[in-house]
Design a protein around this ligand. Structure first.
Ligand SMILES: [Zn+2]
Length: 98
């Protein structure tokens, strides 16, 4: 296993460093401390990343699924949630660029 070099990588101010940051590895990324929001419908965890020439936001959304419905209904709900999430992201990014 590779060892982290003694000289620090130039981390951006938001990078959590430590085990969160793998920028010192070839192809690794800077990563913020994940922020989590617990809601009545589940949990959202957001982490900012920078690797190579890209910056991105990782969003992990955990949503409670009903257990009192048939499988077909749950699958349909999951598809609507994915489509709704993607449309929300596109709408926000499109509005932000105007
Ligand atoms: Zn870093």
């Amino acid at each position: 296993m590779a060892h982290r070099p003694a000289t620090a990588t130039h981390c951006p101010a938001w990078c959590a460093g430590g085990h969160q940051c793998t920028a010192w590895l070839g192809g690794g990324t800077h990563a913020s401390t994940p922020e989590a929001w617990d809601t009545s419908t589940g949990r959202v965890v957001a982490t900012r990343h920078r690797g190579g020439r890209r910056d991105w936001l990782e969003l992990r959304i955990s949503i409670k699924l009903p257990r009192d419905r048939g499988e077909e209904s749950v699958v349909a709900l999951m598809r609507m949630l994915v489509v709704g999430a993607v449309h929300s992201v596109i709408r926000i990014l499109t509005a932000e660029r105007r």
